[in-house]
Ligand binder design. Structure first.
Ligand code: PMH
Length: 385
């Protein structure tokens, strides 16, 4: 484990024990023959791809899933050797690289296979999973005929190995189960059109893995809840084990000043002091993913909530302090301090979005500090590495 240095007082803390706990807890509720894909796309939902991948595999996950070939290649470059499935579309001309690195690609077009076949040299077979669209409307085949054509083509060409098939639910996180039920029954119906079922059949995301055993087949794709976040607010109470958020976002006061009645703060001078007030400056801004819409959001200082005042800038944010505090005082933007907590969901609500988007938004300018067993075990600086 390396400790890469960083030179700013803003960082993300990722609690790797929480990641491991969610994988272990899921494993306990799954039948033994159901495997786990740890979904680490988008830099592990902002938590760090390789660190989450290693932790999840150690905790019992079997495979990894990412969205793009670049993400999969990055994992190989970082020494990850377990199977990695690319969930999204790739270009046929990149198939040889995937085969060389033993990466698994998602396929859903006959034409793609024909083009990729021309470029593959048959030295190493390319593992593929056939994506079936049962109602998400993104990528995937929709008919038995397409499945038959693709299966026949793959079986007739040495360059490919049809290892898996899958679909993706649009509403597994909704209290109303009807759309999920429809997608599941369409998936089951389309599975019947295979001449021979592939080895790995998977359709469940976090919500479905945790709520609906009938959709487990023999693997599940565990994303958001591995990071300690509920797939939606409405199903939070239904989850089979408590979740523990893995990500915190922290910073320190860089400047503290007294301003007087009528004095203004920030671009557009949107904040005006109504009397003598202590203003603290934080070295984080919208270029770090801490966006302008967070004006007015509270942060934690010395265990108390205090608001962001004035506009969030590209690199700096200003807060109102209850009193004069020393430069260097720790400020928690996401996470707990004392008995107070600012959850990822609170930020998501402020931003009128979902928790997924909040953790993904923290940019690679913010270093990630990894905690395990209460100690820092790794530091990763996305800029200097
Ligand atoms: N499988 C696929 C194909 C996905 O797109 C996702 C998440 C997952 C599994 C994991 O889902 P979970 O995080 O709910 O467990 N994909 C996305 C997405 O495209 N936008 O938000 C989440």
């Amino acid at each position: 484990m390396e400790l890469q240095p960083f030179y700013r007082d803003t960082w993300v803390e990722v609690n790797l024990d929480h990641i491991a706990y969610h994988v272990q807890s899921l494993k306990q509720i799954l039948p033994e023959d159901v495997k786990i894909f740890a979904v680490v796309k988008a830099n592990g939902y902002g938590h760090g791809d390789v660190q989450v991948a290693r932790t999840a595999i150690h905790a019992g996950a079997n495979f990894l899933a990412v969205a793009t070939l670049d993400e999969a290649v990055a994992l190989r470059h970082k020494g990850i050797t377990v199977p990695v499935l690319v969930l999204g579309a790739t270009r046929p001309q990149d198939a040889p690289l995937a085969a060389k690195l033993n990466l698994t690609l998602t396929v859903f077009q006959l034409e793609w296979l024909v083009q990729a076949n021309e470029m593959l040299n048959n030295e190493k077979r390319l593992r593929v999973h056939l994506k079936i669209d049962t109602g998400m409307g993104r990528i995937g085949v929709k008919t038995a005929q397409e499945i038959n054509e693709i299966e026949a083509y793959i079986n007739g060409h040495q360059a490919f190995y049809l290892e898996g098939t899958f679909t993706h639910f649009a509403q597994a996180d909704s209290l109303d189960k009807s759309y999920y039920d429809q997608q599941l029954s369409d998936f089951k119906r389309l599975l019947e059109s295979f001449r021979q079922l592939p080895e790995i059949i998977h359709c469940s995301n976090s919500a479905a893995s945790l709520r609906f055993p009938e959709g487990h087949f023999n693997a599940v794709r565990f994303g958001i809840s591995m990071y300690g976040l509920s797939p939606s607010l409405e199903i939070e109470q239904e989850l089979p084990f408590p979740l523990k958020e893995a990500l915190s976002l922290k910073t320190r006061l860089t400047h503290v000043k007294l301003i007087h009645k009528g004095e203004k703060v920030g671009y557009g001078s949107t904040y005006e002091a109504s009397g003598d007030e202590w203003i603290g400056t934080l070295p984080i801004g919208y270029a770090d993913g801490w966006i302008r819409k967070l004006q007015g959001q509270e942060v934690l200082v010395e265990g108390h909530r205090t608001p962001i005042v004035g506009r969030v800038c590209m690199d700096q944010t200003t807060i109102k302090l209850p009193t004069s505090l020393p430069v260097g005082t720790e400020v928690t933007l996401i996470g707990s301090q004392g008995s107070e907590l600012i959850s990822v969901n609170e930020i998501a609500q402020k931003l009128e979005t979902i928790n997924y988007e909040v953790t993904c938004m923290v940019s690679n300018r913010v270093p990630r500090v990894y905690i395990q067993g209460g100690k820092i075990v790794e530091v990763s600086n996305g800029l200097i590495s």
